[in-house]
Design a protein around this ligand. Structure first.
Ligand code: HEC
Length: 135
């Protein structure tokens, strides 16, 4: 049986997760991050146990190996990338997915605005960084 989804983090827990990020991400504007993430929602869910769509579910992506979800069919490039996602890796990926990791299949032009990237990374940390039950 599937474990029940964890409770959503409280505002205080969200603030602590934000503060734990390195600069400049710890100064991220979560509301702007939520707006910027609208550009990702057609391909990604972020809730625990959320479905894979064109792209993989992003819950728990911080600290996870790139290309590591069993149930998602990654490109060879991402599956074999051999790094762990952190804020800086996400920043480079989101600035220009194609040049960051040639051969990947994320057809997204990139977020050129550094503030939008900072904010979307902060938003992702707060929305996907909390622990699932039993982890
Ligand atoms: C048009 C669909 C699409 C859009 C829009 C999109 N992505 Fe993706 N994303 C993908 C696909 C497809 C992959 C898998 C790439 C591969 O396997 O090479 C992916 C992979 C990823 C990964 C790697 C996940 C892992 O498990 O290693 C992250 C992180 C990510 N996307 C974040 C984002 C964010 C944040 C945005 C918005 C700023 C975004 N993506 C926009 C399709 C998309």
């Amino acid at each position: 049986p599937k474990a029940p989804p964890p409770p959503a983090p409280t505002e205080a827990e969200k603030a602590a997760m934000l503060a734990a990020l390195p600069a400049p991400y710890n100064a991220g504007d979560l509301e702007n991050g939520r707006r910027a993430f609208a550009r990702c929602r057609s391909c990604h869910t972020i809730t625990p146990g959320g479905p894979n769509m064109a792209g993989p579910n992003l819950y728990g992506v911080f600290g996870r190996q790139a290309g590591a979800l069993d149930k998602y069919s990654y490109s060879h490039a991402l599956r074999s990338a051999g790094f762990t996602w952190d804020a800086d890796k996400l920043d480079h990926w989101l600035e220009n997915p194609r040049t960051f990791l040639p051969g990947n299949k994320m057809t997204f032009a990139g977020l050129r605005d550094a503030t939008d990237r900072r904010d979307v990374i902060a938003f992702l940390k707060v929305e996907t960084g909390y622990k699932t039950t039993g982890e």
